[in-house]
Design a protein around this ligand. Structure first.
Ligand SMILES: O=C(O)CCC(=O)C(=O)O
Ligand SMILES: [Fe+2]
Length: 299
């Protein structure tokens, strides 16, 4: 842990105003907020104007390309010595904002923060992380081409309480067969039910479908939301306790490109669980993420 990464009074970034100029991001409506409250997810059609989605796609492809080629050292820095290809790919898919100013500004933008604050009715909010969700066209070997098993986001993160949400933006067109995110509507009222990677069958092997293999009653209790046809700039938002999954990308020709960013109640404290997004950044157990890497994005 480097001296400079430790959160001290002098290096804590207070809310200094979010990057301006993301006027191509619209605000959420009262109906969308009500839908989110009831279902734990909501579709935000045209959250980003198509031109901004195009810009987003350009930037995420550039970062992923640079990380895959090794030109960008992010994976070495965040997960030194990793030899597991899946872990390397997973780490490479997170915090693109740390390699790209445009993505950093978009992740910290007032507009994304305001949309998030309205949906979870919480202020102030901090940025937790951003991620790219790239499912290469069918035939891709990668871990992420496959179906994403049913999971909640909260259990995999070192947050001491579940009051945060992800906004998942289609950076390019995503047809239903390309693996749109789908939800168990209303499942945000569930307690945390285990990490996705901890979902095991009785014989100890990985549960291929995730939480619904271990708790099949979930599928009786909750309805699965449709696989939407997402236009570039359409978004889905979900609470960190909402169960979600996506099927594999069945397209033979089109990669699925989505960009997620996650904002949390700024009062949430660090619980110390290992996570490559937070390890060795100088976070303090049972204290808020009062650290420049987790900036307040709205007060
Ligand atoms: O894009 C996917 O398939 C998974 C996304 C996801 O799990 C999330 O946004 O939390
Ligand atoms: Fe997730």
């Amino acid at each position: 842990m480097s001296e400079t990464s430790v959160a001290t009074r002098s290096n804590v970034r207070k809310f200094a105003g979010a990057p301006a100029g993301f006027t191509q991001i619209r605000q959420v409506t009262d109906d969308e907020v009500a839908f989110f409250e009831k279902n734990g997810w909501v579709k935000l059609e045209g959250l980003l104007a198509p031109a901004l989605a195009g810009e987003l796609l350009k930037h995420i492809k550039a970062v992923i390309g640079a990380r895959a080629s090794g030109k960008d050292r992010y994976v070495d820095q965040r997960a030194p010595g990793t030899t597991d290809k899946n872990i390397a790919e997973y780490v490479a898919s997170t915090n693109l904002r740390e390699s790209d100013t445009f993505l950093d500004e978009m992740a910290r933008s007032y507009e994304m923060a305001e949309a998030s604050a309205r949906l979870i009715k919480t202020r102030p909010l901090r940025l937790f992380a951003d991620s790219v969700f790239h499912k290469p066209a069918r035939g891709g070997e990668g871990f992420f081409s496959r179906a994403t098993p049913w999971h909640q986001d909260y259990p995999a993160t070192p947050l001491d309480r579940a009051n945060d949400l992800q906004i998942w933006v289609a950076a390019d067109e995503i047809t239903p067969e390309m693996g749109c995110l789908q939800y168990l509507s209303g499942s945000h009222k569930l307690p945390p039910m285990g990490k996705g990677s901890a979902m095991r069958l009785g014989d100890g092997s990985r549960a291929p479908n995730g939480a619904t293999d271990v708790y099949p009653w979930l599928l009786d209790e909750f309805e699965i939301s449709p696989a939407f046809h997402m236009k570039p700039g359409d978004a889905l938002a979900h609470h960190s306790l909402t169960m979600h999954y996506s099927q594999e990308n069945m397209s033979a020709t089109h990669d699925r490109w989505a960009w997620g960013s996650r904002r949390m109640d700024a009062r949430i404290a660090y619980n110390g669980a290992p996570n490559h997004r937070t390890d060795d950044r100088g976070l303090v157990l049972d204290m808020p993420f009062d650290h420049p890497d987790f900036p307040i994005v709205i007060d």
